[in-house]
Design a protein around this ligand. Structure first.
Ligand SMILES: NC(=O)c1ccc[n+]([C@@H]2O[C@H](COP(=O)([O-])OP(=O)(O)OC[C@H]3O[C@@H](n4cnc5c(N)ncnc54)[C@H](OP(=O)(O)O)[C@@H]3O)[C@@H](O)[C@H]2O)c1
Length: 238
């Protein structure tokens, strides 16, 4: 039986450094708490809008946050940012509710922002070392699995994120053969983001989600780079 102090990230070298972007969020803060308990962790670098001022809608803030880490080896990076409601606008139930400004803002935070994270943070990685890079996506971003409709902007922004992760994985596989880049669905997790929409769904706590995510990421080999997976490691159709 695993105890809370058993290491989850055994596939990373002792003293590994971890960066969590979106460390103020429900899942992001649980990931940080778990990582701080890892017996072999080096530094846990927690970045968020409030602390360190990394705003996904402001490329210069992302560039600056990445520059601050230059020279520090990073073996784990998780981007745990994202929005479902935008500025008080709930996800659309039908096409007639599509609002171009809200849709663009959602794309900015859920897709363009992570692309800029990849642009500025991936060059910091060592070419030869194993590194795990995960972007929190959502199962509803799957096109093949979409049977319910609705939530157009959120679904489409997560589908765009998935394509960005896949494309980045192909580019980086050429120069960084040990890198694992993945888009991961965390499950339905009891956070502010899901609160209005979670009733009737099986939910897990942020702590449980963080354990599953880290356990799954730990087991991924470089051959899993470019995948879209769930918290339990099962693949999700694009
Ligand atoms: N919870 C679920 O059931 C669920 C299900 C599927 C997928 N997901 C995905 O999991 C990820 C984390 O969700 P969560 O449930 O932990 O949500 P959350 O508690 O609302 O956290 C969202 C995080 O995103 C950050 N963020 C939002 N806009 C930002 C911006 N412009 N710049 C920088 N950071 C920004 C927030 O920062 P502030 O604190 O500064 O606002 C916060 O750290 C999201 O990508 C979400 O789509 C969650």
């Amino acid at each position: 039986m695993k105890t809370t102090n058993d290491p989850l990230l055994t596939s990373l070298p002792p003293g590994f450094n971890a960066v969590i972007i979106g460390a103020s969020g429900g899942i992001g803060s649980a990931l940080c708490a778990h990582l701080q308990q890892e017996p072999h962790v080096g530094e846990v670098i927690a970045l968020s809008r409030g602390h360190c001022q990394i705003d996904l809608l402001d490329e210069s803030s992302i560039q600056k946050a990445a520059q601050n880490l230059e020279g520090k080896p990073i073996q784990l990076l998780i981007c745990a940012t994202g929005v479902l409601d935008v500025d008080g606008h709930p996800p659309e139930k039908a096409l007639r509710q599509v609002n171009p400004e809200i849709m663009l803002r959602e794309f900015g935070i859920n897709a363009v922002g992570p692309a800029l994270i990849a642009k500025h943070f991936l060059p910091l990685l060592d070419r030869k070392e194993r590194a795990i890079i995960a972007f929190l996506s959502a199962r509803v971003g799957s096109i093949g699995d979409n049977r319910l409709g609705g939530w157009i902007s959120y679904r489409a922004s997560k589908a765009a994120l998935n394509q960005i992760v896949r494309t980045a994985s192909i580019e980086y596989a050429r120069t960084h053969p040990e890198i694992v880049l993945t888009a991961i669905h965390p499950g339905t997790v009891r956070t502010n983001l899901s609160k209005p929409y979670a009733s009737g769904h099986h939910t897990v706590s942020p702590d449980e989600a963080a354990t599953s995510i880290l356990t799954t990421l730990n087991a991924l080999g470089a051959d899993a780079s470019g995948s879209f997976i769930a918290y339990d490691g099962n693949p999700i159709p694009w």
